[in-house]
Design a binder for this molecule. Structure first.
Ligand SMILES: [Zn+2]
Length: 278
């Protein structure tokens, strides 16, 4: 069986323009907006499409207020219909029903908005993330939006404990598919946050979700603009776990750059020019 999918497309399914370019991106004016993306992957397999994260969805574009006043004021999502995963998949000549599986790194509002646009897809995630979203603590409440799963998705919960993958725990999902896809649990940002590794030719592509926000954080020596450090601190649920996982990702990036390419959700640099792909 071929273990590589036919194609992996890198999509931006949501542009966000928070103010504070100097503090968030390390350059530009103090109140100048900077640009963040929602980096999603669309995988063409022999038996259908697999979507890794969904960004914002059509419902968010039509009803922005459901994302909450604070989030919209702080992050300034642009909510462009043509950017939703649904629009981009249709533009490529597919139908929504062709998306058989969605794998979510976590269920934060900027990663799960497209779920209602693919109601027939199985939605794969770690059990801990589903528990957090269904029974959020007071602190977690603003990050999860019930409208994103009001259609009662076909959840498929996974638990860590498969084969070791470069020293990380892994969970093989879709074992019957030609696309080799692993969940690599990376908790810290949320309770059940996970990376998703996809075999691409002889290498692996690891989508790290929000385990870090900027590619310079996994370079050696690491760096991160102060505003982003603060933003990450405000949005993580377990600082110790997050820090430890970030260190492990940095180590992975340093030692195995020939075999593994890392991308994260919100850094526009790796969407347009991912390391290793020019
Ligand atoms: Zn995010």
């Amino acid at each position: 069986m071929n273990s590589s999918p036919r194609a992996i497309h890198h999509l931006n399914c949501g542009t966000m323009c928070p103010r504070g370019a100097r503090l968030l991106a390390g350059e530009g004016g103090l109140i100048e907006p900077t640009r963040l993306v929602c980096h999603c992957l669309l995988i063409e397999g022999a038996d259908g499409l697999v979507l890794i994260d969904t960004g914002f969805g059509n419902g968010d574009v039509h009803t922005p207020r459901r994302l909450g006043t604070l989030f919209r004021a702080a992050v300034r999502p642009q909510l462009i219909l043509g950017e939703t995963a649904h629009s981009q998949i249709i533009a490529r000549g597919f139908q929504a029903g062709d998306v058989r599986h969605i794998v979510t790194t976590h269920l934060d509002l900027d990663h799960s908005g497209g779920l209602p646009d693919f109601p027939d897809a199985e939605v794969h995630l770690l059990g801990a993330e589903l528990s957090a979203a269904m029974k959020p603590s007071l602190r977690e409440r603003a990050r999860y939006i019930g409208a994103h799963w009001a259609h009662n998705p076909r959840w498929v919960e996974h638990e860590a404990g498969g084969d070791e993958w470069f020293g990380f725990e892994s969970v093989r999902i879709l074992p019957g598919s030609d696309a080799e896809i692993l969940m690599i649990p990376l908790p810290g940002h949320t309770r059940g946050h996970t990376g998703v590794a996809v075999r691409e030719g002889g290498r692996w592509l690891l989508h790290c979700g929000d385990a870090y926000f900027r590619q310079s954080e996994v370079q050696t020596p690491p760096s991160c603009p102060p505003g982003l450090v603060l933003f990450e601190a405000l949005t993580m649920i377990d600082g110790g776990l997050r820090k430890r996982n970030l260190e492990r990702l940095r180590e992975l990036a340093g030692r195995h750059s020939e075999e593994v390419e890392l991308v994260c959700s919100h850094d526009p640099a790796t969407l347009t020019s991912p390391p290793g792909r020019g």
